[in-house]
Design a protein around this ligand. Structure first.
Ligand code: ATP
Length: 148
């Protein structure tokens, strides 16, 4: 099913802002299309935005870049961040850096990995302790995106 990525991001961000009363700055400079499972992509975005919300206080940013025939979506927070050592473990089921700091169970990122696999998307986390975290989702675009 062909999905308008710009539109999907707008609706996902809008429902997130409403649910959590948190402002998200969205930047998607052009219309991009891809063949994907809309529901799974929304769930994946939600996991990263939810973590950005839980582990930061400042405004969350979501931006999209087109690189060749791929789109890279970045979910950026300026929150507590993680050490490189923790970054290697956070995709493990039930792993949490600081159990007292979270309301969850350490499941979000292991689910994100499964969703990314199903979507044939690459995901990657960049983080610096005390500075913040960026989650990246890289997806193959469909042909009609390349002419816009
Ligand atoms: P949930 O089960 O609700 O997802 P969770 O947030 O603890 O709970 P994960 O999403 O799997 O579980 O994240 C695992 C751990 O990685 C978190 O407990 C947290 O320590 C760390 N983490 C994830 N995202 C961030 C982030 N954006 N900033 C700082 N730490 C993060």
């Amino acid at each position: 099913e062909s999905v308008n990525l710009s539109q999907l991001l707008q609706t996902t961000v809008a429902s997130f802002e409403k649910a959590y009363q948190r402002k998200v700055e969205l930047s998607c400079p052009q219309e991009l299309h891809l063949i994907t499972d809309e529901q799974k992509l929304k769930q994946l975005l939600y996991i990263f935005m939810d973590n950005a919300r839980k582990y930061s206080e400042e405004q969350i940013k979501v931006n999209v870049e087109k690189a060749g025939n791929h789109a890279a979506i970045h979910v950026v927070d300026r929150g507590i961040g993680m050490s490189q050592n923790d970054l290697e473990k956070v995709f493990d089921r039930f792993y949490q850096v600081d159990e007292s700091r979270t309301e969850g169970y350490g499941l979000g990122l292991s689910l994100a990995e499964e969703l990314a696999h199903a979507l044939k998307a690459d995901i990657h986390l960049f983080s610096e302790k005390g500075a913040g975290t960026t989650a990246m989702i890289r997806l193959l675009l469909s042909e009609d995106s390349h002419f816009q």
